[in-house]
Design a protein around this ligand. Structure first.
Ligand code: NDP
Length: 270
């Protein structure tokens, strides 16, 4: 259980959901983990529960000044930063339903989603490279989405921001390689992972189970994914088992992208 022995890691959006699972698995694998989020109460509570290997810092990923401060603190304390996970993200539906289709989405809503998801990831990569440069190695893991690979008409801003993260990951990977740095950058593309992000869509009434079934209907494995299943990929990409992986995208979606929701009709021939 020490695949990340003494690696210094920073995880954004780590107070809950996928980020919390990644931070927890990193600690279990021997890493020193800086959990960051804008939900300070939940983030601090989780970090305290994880013990001496974990600590919490407030970091709004949209704010460049905060990235500077947090990375400086990490470097002052440990002299290096080995892993950055750019996980923080929003759908734009946190406060309830909004029109996010290409015809009706407001510019304000479009920008808000990109500011957190894309600007946050851009800044995370920028300060990760700067913090890792002295050592010359490290791992950057960007949490994109299946929505970064296919169009989502009702969540166009989210899909656009996640597609841009996928592409930026490859630019970062190539840039670091060109610079002669062993800083790897890869993206993870989850789909339908049961986290608090889904709560506004699932609701808590008698129809909840029906909505769950509707959401997983087109998933070959017929279920939501678990946060630990995503965290396992992050552990792999952060570890020295993945030193030849850069610019790669890993899908974790119960098989959704393997085929099409409209299955071809099987016609029996003689
Ligand atoms: P959650 O909403 O459960 O957790 C996201 C966390 O990020 C929350 O703690 C949230 O804080 C925090 N956060 C929001 N905005 C900021 C910000 N500006 N700076 C720092 N932290 C912030 O999401 P998930 O765990 O489900 O998702 C994590 C990542 O995985 C996201 O990037 C998401 O897009 C991606 N993903 C998730 C999928 C899923 O099915 N769950 C599928 C595909 C991708 P607060 O609660 O205070 O807003």
């Amino acid at each position: 259980m020490s695949r990340l022995h003494q690696k210094v890691a920073l995880v954004t959006g780590a107070a809950r959901g996928i980020g919390a699972a990644i931070a927890t698995q990193f600690v279990k694998q021997g890493a020193i983990v800086f959990l960051t989020d804008i939900d300070d109460v939940l983030g601090l509570q989780l970090a305290v529960g994880l013990g001496a290997q974990a600590s919490y810092q407030h970091l709004d990923v949209r704010e460049e000044g905060q990235w500077q401060i947090v990375c400086e603190r990490v470097l002052q304390k440990h002299g290096r930063l080995d892993v950055v996970v750019n996980n923080a993200g929003i759908t734009g539906f946190e406060q309830g339903f909004r029109q996010h289709d290409p015809e009706h989405a407001s510019l304000e809503d479009w920008r808000a989603v990109h500011q957190t998801n894309l600007d946050g990831c851009f800044l995370g990569c920028k300060y990760a490279i700067r913090s890792m440069r002295a050592k010359g190695s490290g791992a950057i893991i960007n949490i994109s989405s299946r929505s970064g690979l296919v169009g989502i008409p009702g969540a166009a801003a989210y899909a656009s921001s996640k597609a841009a993260i996928r592409n930026h990951t490859k630019s970062v990977a190539l840039y670091c390689a060109e610079q002669g740095l062993a800083i790897r950058c890869n993206s993870i593309h989850p789909a339908a992972i049961l986290t608090p992000m889904w709560e506004p869509l699932l609701g808590n009434d008698a129809e909840r189970e029906g909505r769950v079934q509707a959401f997983v209907k087109d998933c070959p494995l017929q279920r939501f994914g678990h946060v630990d299943e995503v965290a396992a990929l992050a552990v792999l990409l952060a570890s020295d088992e993945a030193t030849y992986m850069t610019g790669t995208e890993l899908n974790i979606d119960g098989g959704m992208l393997a085929g099409t929701a409209q299955r071809p009709t099987m016609v029996k021939t003689n």
